[in-house]
Design a protein around this ligand. Structure first.
Ligand code: SF4
Length: 399
């Protein structure tokens, strides 16, 4: 069936057609459209790779072509990764404290300056995990898969690879794609509504071996705040602060009252308020399965991005000016959080690039954090379609 026929179908019928195509038969759909990649390069496209390409092509080049990463990863990344690993252990009914202990021994080997940078990670994470496991001690879900790597053929030379945080089965046997996210501040609905990764993953599940017969019920967002609950201050008169804007939870406050040697009844008002705020630090939000129309449009965009990346990876930048170019997307807000900023600035401001590279960067240990085995690999080959085309723009010509 052609795209135009699909667009022509009306209302519910159209959705049913789209649903069949997008949730069941991706390969036949792409074959029907005769989508072909424009070079021989094989691309294992992950969500993070696609996002990086769209954000800044220079960043993409540092990360996926030069294969560089920062020697000292950003604090939020380290914190988030350790929490993820602890949660995975807990979902697999293993002891999360053992996972944390391995990191604590690494942390203890750090220099004092590095520890200052990371803060008291072990204590913070232990507190977060204790609170998390207490909150979900009667968890209504079972987890048939945790950290599920997958690779689904999209079209031509393009596979889509990823790693689903968890598949969660509810008491009615419904299957949810669970995405665990760590944030300092919990995000609002806009972030979930326009989340391409979730659409990808919900689409991919029925194409993963062992889940072909499954219908995904939706996306389960599992949010964790990385800021531990505040400990209430002791006032001059020896009692604890009851300030309205205190960013804490019931158990932390109650513990502080007891440690201060006081009667919890004196704090019944604030304790009651905190007890009612059950989702201040952890929140689970249920999103229905993405509609076929949404999947249809997103997959179309993915196809375009994949072909752009293929054209870029398959081209010889110095000689071929036919494909997508590498350029910087300089933007103060975005560049502020870019791991490659020191290198990018060194190149822009004529500094010692090699020195920056040597002191601050190292070869990437994992080619792609989202890709499951087999690990993401870009295979460079000469693009057939472009090999005879040589065009040098005027401004680059010598003389
Ligand atoms: S600093 Fe900005 S322009 Fe440079 S690579 Fe990073 S995002 Fe791109």
């Amino acid at each position: 069936m052609l795209m135009s026929q699909l667009r022509g179908a009306g209302g519910g019928a159209q959705n049913r057609v789209l649903e069949t195509i997008y949730y069941r038969t991706p390969h036949s759909f792409y074959n029907t459209l005769e989508v072909k990649s424009i070079s021989d390069t094989v691309l294992n496209l992950s969500f993070s790779k696609m996002k990086c390409w769209r954000r800044c092509r220079q960043e993409f080049h540092y990360k996926y072509v030069d294969k560089l990463e920062r020697k000292l990863p950003a604090v939020p990344l380290v914190r988030g990764n350790i929490i993820h690993e602890c949660i995975n252990a807990w979902m697999n009914r293993r002891d999360w404290r053992e996972v944390l202990a391995a990191y604590v021994s690494q942390y203890e080997k750090l220099f004092a300056e590095e520890r200052d940078l990371y803060g008291d990670l072990p204590t913070d994470i232990e507190q977060i995990m204790e609170n998390y496991t207490r909150k979900y001690q009667n968890d209504p879900f079972e987890y048939p898969a945790v950290e599920l790597p997958f690779s689904v053929h999209l079209f031509g030379n393009v596979n889509f690879t990823g790693r689903i945080d968890a598949l969660a089965r509810d008491r009615d046997k419904g299957l949810w794609v669970m995405e665990t996210k760590t944030h300092k501040k919990l995000p609002d609905d806009d972030v979930r509504l326009l989340n391409v990764q979730a659409v990808f993953y919900a689409w991919a599940v029925p194409h993963i071996e062992g889940y072909e017969e499954e219908q995904v019920k939706g996306i389960l967002w599992n949010y964790i705040r990385t800021k531990p609950p505040a400990i209430p201050e002791v006032l001059k008169n020896g009692t604890l602060s009851k300030r309205k804007n205190i960013d804490t939870d019931y158990h932390t406050y109650l513990k502080a009252v007891r440690e201060n040697g006081e009667d919890p009844n004196k704090y019944a008002d604030i304790l009651q308020k905190l007890e009612e705020q059950t989702d201040r630090f952890f929140r689970r939000i249920y999103f229905p399965k993405p509609s076929p129309t949404l999947v249809f449009n997103i997959m179309r965009d993915v196809e375009i991005t994949a072909n752009e990346i293929l054209a870029y990876l398959g081209s010889d930048e110095e000689e071929n000016w036919t494909g997508p170019f590498r350029y910087r997307n300089l933007n103060p807000f975005q560049c502020k959080n870019c791991s490659y900023r020191p290198l990018c600035e060194a190149e822009l401001f004529d500094m010692d690039v090699e020195f920056v590279k040597r002191t601050m960067f190292q070869p990437r240990v994992r080619p792609d954090e989202n890709a499951g085995p087999p690990r993401l690999e870009i295979i460079h080959q000469k693009p057939k379609a472009l090999e005879n085309f040589r065009h040098v723009p005027k401004w680059r010509r010598k003389g």
